[in-house]
Design a binder for this molecule. Sequence first.
Ligand code: 7TS
Length: 432
Amino acid sequence: MTITTTGQDTATANVPLTARDRKSNLHALDVEKIRQDFPILQQRINGRPLAYLDNAATTQKPRAVIDALQHYYARDNANIHRGVHELSVRATEGYERARTIVQRFLNAADPREIIFTRGTTEAINLVAASYGRKHIGPGDEIIVSAMEHHSNIVPWQLLCEQTGARLRVIPINDDGEILLDAYDALLTPRTRLVAVVHLSNVLGTINPVHEIIQRAHRHGVPVLVDGAQSAAHLPVDVQALDCDFYAFSGHKVFGPTGIGVLYGKAALLREMPPYQGGGDMISRVSFEGPTYKDIPYKFEAGTPNIAGVIGLGVALEYVNRIGLERIAAYEHELLDYATRSLLAIPQVRLIGTAKAKASVLSFVLAGAHPHDIGTILNQMGVAIRTGHHCAQPVMDRFGVPATARASLAFYNTTADIDALVAGIHKVLEVFG
Ligand code: 7TS
């Protein structure tokens, strides 16, 4: 493995930073070396070095993850939990080892609190279908924020349609920050669940989820945190946060697509009904009725994405070797550089100017549609996303149909930001 951090060897890379380390800039990453671990970043697009700034949509994969998938299919492939033969034992061990890696990554109390899903979307749907159907009924209320991704809105709207419950929305200010007083007013005896994003995919706002959770818990209300964006950018400790559920996607944290995680507190998961029925989730079936396995298997019906789980474990180990504290510190500086660079262009309007921000820059340009910005940037080798980012209520809140969005990862450099800025100047040339 060829990751190093300046002044650190890989064995000590994930030791937490001290205040002194921070001051002396020891958190700086050897990004050029890290970039060599990502084969996809080595190419040119339209004759220019690729500046991949679409990490909020999906992240690139280090060679270690690509190799792990290849290794699994070439040597270990078998179904899990079912065979006594060597390959099945290897596949099962790899799968369960990854569960422990995820447990440690989130600092969950027990590996049984880690359920593998297709991604954040399926994790939230699982909670809506299982917890929701058991605990939410007519007249009950579910609270979300005004900056949610559709994945953390539509499952609750479906549940509301099915049960007669009601969705309540915490408003946000012009900087894209949650209004905590308004949240307090929404917490009532009718509230059954709060579901809120940790790091907004459009605004880059880091929400005060610990505070949000504490306030909900004072009313006895559980909280689901949508960690789709935070898992790759902020250290997460589900016990310190005291969240009841936390969902994230493997592909946004340098792992494969089609795999994700639902963390849930064991006591909650145990009393929730199964989400899907099928093989591997029952201890016995007869035509009188089934009895279910304990968690996590009760929620993992059917043959899962075994290779994806193993690849996710390798991705999280890779991230751990660099260290999320160091990643967050590096990205903070890069975001600061990018923000200053964009604000130096008078035609740029930044959408999302919260005090606590990470990794995301959404903007609009006077006179140019975001789609045209994306197209011209692509000609210059710069990959960004344009559109509503599956968060249309956020677009409505800021009165724009779409934004252009650059989103960072630890392998991005100031050169990527400079390419973005040069691209924006080109757009301004074309559109006057
Ligand atoms: N929640 C948030 C905050 C997200 O940003 C996304 C995906 C999801 C949930 C859903 O994740 P999935 O892996 O289940 O699809 N966000 C984006 C994005 O910003 N651009 O493409 C996907």
